[in-house]
Design a protein around this ligand. Structure first.
Ligand SMILES: C[S@@+](CC[C@H](N)C(=O)[O-])C[C@H]1O[C@@H](n2cnc3c(N)ncnc32)[C@H](O)[C@@H]1O
Length: 334
């Protein structure tokens, strides 16, 4: 998934630095927490290494992706894929609110793809309600739907706006593809909480933190995926069809609150090692991050170059730096 702040292209840097700092040769009998999990790519990587992964995110679509990647293990029954793909489209919430043919005025998906998405989403729910699929299969199919439908979105990159004309990738006929099932430690747990609430109830060896870096809220940029995930018939507002998001607004996206919630998190974390991903254009300065982390143990800083998230280039904003520096702040707790 093309996700703001995804660490897909930084995985080698993260793995190497974390191994160097901790000295861990394997993750066996060790707990790794990924508490701003997003697409789940970091937790998945450490699950494969044998760590017991605790994943969390405030967004429901991320919770669903992580329920599948972290809690599910092979083998999973894939035989329903053909049935789901063969369903006839229906006029459900997605078609009625995010497609032009329904008169919604919104153009996030073609009529065909929106109706197909509704049919598959409703069928997954009904199969689960009738106990014809297990909880594991429910999250497997739902996570796969969220990941697949995103590839057909008629947006520049995120769901803050839709395009006027259907772009090439959005014009293709929707086809559900199943996500891989990850082999690794089977004891993972996944949560859908505000990180500052969850931190008091968990403990472990490595805490990996990858909060938003700037004011762009995930709840508004990915609201369509949130609604497909919850499928809770929300009231939508305005031209872009935002759902109510007051409860998902992140304090990490505000200059006024970010350092308060960050220090609260570090102070309460019951973990031996804490790693924070952040870049040189984020709301918190390096010096302020260091000043906060140093209070709680031995601090170190690692750096690598990073190509900016694609959306920023497309919107051709005037950024001061042409390349972004990506930091990994490390803390060994006293
Ligand atoms: C930079 S992204 C994480 C990307 C992830 N590491 C990946 O590679 O896909 C930040 C994530 O933090 C989540 N988030 C923001 N504020 C949060 C909070 N207070 N509690 C839990 N999750 C939060 C967002 O929903 C978003 O998915």
């Amino acid at each position: 998934m093309n996700y703001i702040g995804s660490k897909l292209s930084l995985l080698d840097f993260l793995e190497e630095t974390i191994a160097k700092v901790t000295g861990h040769k394997t993750g066996k009998k060790l707990v790794f927490a990924d508490l701003f999990a997003g697409t789940g790519i970091v937790g998945t990587t450490f699950k494969k290494k044998g760590y017991t992964v605790i994943a969390n995110d405030i967004q429901h679509y991320s919770y669903v992706l992580n329920k599948h990647y972290i809690e599910n293990s092979p083998p999973l029954d894939k035989s329903l894929l053909g049935h789901l793909n063969s369903l006839a489209g229906i006029d459900g919430f997605i078609y009625n609110n995010y497609c032009l043919g329904s008169g919604s005025g919104r153009n996030y998906f073609t009529d065909y793809n929106g109706r197909k998405c509704d049919a598959i989403r409703q069928e997954i729910e009904q199969l689960y309600a009738k106990k014809e699929i297990s909880e594991s299969e429910y999250y497997f199919f739902l996570a796969s739907l969220i990941n697949s439908i995103d590839k057909y979105a008629n947006t520049a990159s995120v769901y803050g706006a839709f395009l006027k004309h259907i772009k090439k990738s959005a014009a293709r006929k929707f086809h559900l593809e199943l996500l891989p099932v990850i082999d690794g430690c089977k004891n993972g747990r996944v949560y859908n909480h505000d990180v500052n609430d969850l931190i008091q109830n968990i403990s472990g060896d490595i805490l990996y933190l990858d909060p938003p870096y700037n004011a762009r809220q995930y709840c508004t940029n990915y609201h369509v995926l949130e609604t497909i995930s919850r499928y809770d018939n929300p009231t939508l507002y305005g031209k872009t069809g935002l759902r109510e998001y007051a409860e998902q607004k992140s304090a990490f996206c505000s200059k006024r609150t970010v350092e308060i919630v960050f220090e609260d998190l570090i102070a309460k974390a019951d973990f031996d090692y804490i790693f924070l991903s952040y870049n040189n254009e984020g709301l918190m300065s390096i010096d302020n991050i260091r000043a906060i982390m140093e209070k709680y143990g031995q601090y170190d800083l690692f750096t690598t170059d990073y190509r900016r998230f694609r959306a920023d280039k497309e919107e051709s904003r005037n950024h001061k730096a042409s390349a972004t520096l990506e930091y990994l702040h490390c803390l060994i707790r006293n």
